[in-house]
Design a protein around this ligand. Structure first.
Ligand code: NCD
Ligand code: ZN
Length: 360
């Protein structure tokens, strides 16, 4: 065995579903998927029914997560499409979340905001959490400009084009406080794969060109891209076969093995892989210092074929089905308790803790 130890692997971008979308996946099944994928913590996105855009929505989600999560978690607040919340409410909400998510384009859920609203949301966010944006095309520069103008710290989610990589690089060199994430599907697929992927290739942002894909790898190597995030977004297979095809693909159980496959292929070093899924996300999302007794052992010398039948995610499909990967998750430990070992999830429902309880 050739074991790599990752301390506190954190996926900062997941859609666990649950509540009124429990048919797609719930907090128990999708946090089991997180453990099976080698993650000890996840940050859940707000585009759920009910949406996590006010205190009621936040309380409902935290209550459900508290009873069902098998791994540690944090929750994203969503920028309300009807405008910025009153200052006192926003200040209170900000203490219970990892940050605020701005949806600057059409996607799953109804949280899309306009470019002019974006600037107001950026200006009024009190922190300490991060402002994160789903931005494509023109909205990338609108978000980056707003961060620079207001001196705020932000994270550009699932960066997908060569142009976006160049824009982030430019802003970083000027001192804009921005970090960027990339998803495995954008690193491994491109628009030429759409015919063979079918509905498995439908997600936001969409798959780019082969040169976009190369620019993303280059962005990782040059440090323009800081984090690999799965954007785990399960929809049932029946929903994926329907029209219009819903956007999103699951990813929690495949991201870490796919990254160590890239290590094996010489695209990145093992240290860089660990940085992308643990060191950098923990630093960016306020979770330093390193948690005690919380780690994952990955056997990077073991090979397996991704088999959708054996996934823990309740949707039971993946765009990476059939791929040969290097990297088998042997053990996951949270606060000195073994929560996953050799294919079996051991953590009961409710084992997970909220990492942002009274975040200040
Ligand atoms: C996400 C989902 O289904 O919740 N879908 C996706 O394609 N990424 C929403 C999102 O993050 O855009
Ligand atoms: Zn997402």
């Amino acid at each position: 065995m050739s074991l790599v130890r990752i301390v506190g692997a954190l996926d900062p971008h997941v859609h666990l579903r649950g509540m009124e979308w429990a048919h797609k996946g719930d907090f128990a099944t999708e946090t089991a998927a997180a453990l099976a994928g080698g993650y000890t913590a996840v940050l859940d996105m707000p585009n759920t029914p009910p949406p996590t855009t006010d205190s009621q929505g936040l309380e409902r989600k935290l209550d459900d997560l508290g009873r069902n999560a098998r791994c540690d978690y944090g929750v994203w607040l969503g920028a309300h499409p009807s405008g910025v919340r009153p200052e006192a409410e926003l200040a209170l909400l900000a203490r219970g979340v990892c940050g605020i998510k701005l949806y600057c384009g059409h996607t799953t859920g109804g949280l899309t905001i306009t470019a002019s609203q974006m600037d107001r949301h950026v200006a009024s966010w009190p922190g300490p959490g991060v402002l994160a944006a789903h931005a494509e095309g023109e909205s990338v520069s609108v978000f980056l400009t707003a961060l620079a103008r207001h001196g705020k710290r932000g994270h550009l989610c699932h960066i997908d084009t060569a142009r976006a990589v160049a824009e982030v690089a430019e802003h970083k060199s000027r001192g804009t406080k921005v970090t960027a994430g990339v998803c495995p599907h954008h690193l491994l697929f491109c628009d030429r794969d759409l015919p063979s992927l079918g509905p498995r290739g439908v997600m936001k942002p969409p798959l780019g060109t082969p040169s976009d894909r190369e620019a993303l790898w280059e962005g990782i190597r040059r440090g323009v891209i800081d984090v690999v995030e799965s954007d785990h977004a399960p929809h049932t297979w029946d929903e994926k076969l329907g029209l219009p095809t819903p956007f999103g693909v699951p990813g929690l159980e495949t991201t870490i093995p796919l990254l160590f496959t890239a290590v094996r292929e010489g695209r990145i070093t093992a240290d860089r892989a660990v940085e992308l899924v643990s060191v950098a996300p923990r630093r960016i999302f306020g979770l330093d210092p390193r948690p005690a007794g919380t780690y994952t052992l990955v056997d990077v010398g073991a090979r397996r074929t991704i088999n959708q039948e054996s996934l823990y995610t309740s949707c039971r499909w993946t765009p990476f089905s059939g791929m040969e990967v290097w990297g088998v998750i042997r053990r996951v430990v949270i606060r000195r308790t073994v929560v996953f070992e050799d294919g079996e999830v051991l953590a009961p429902k409710g084992f997970g803790s909220n990492l942002y309880d009274n975040f200040c």
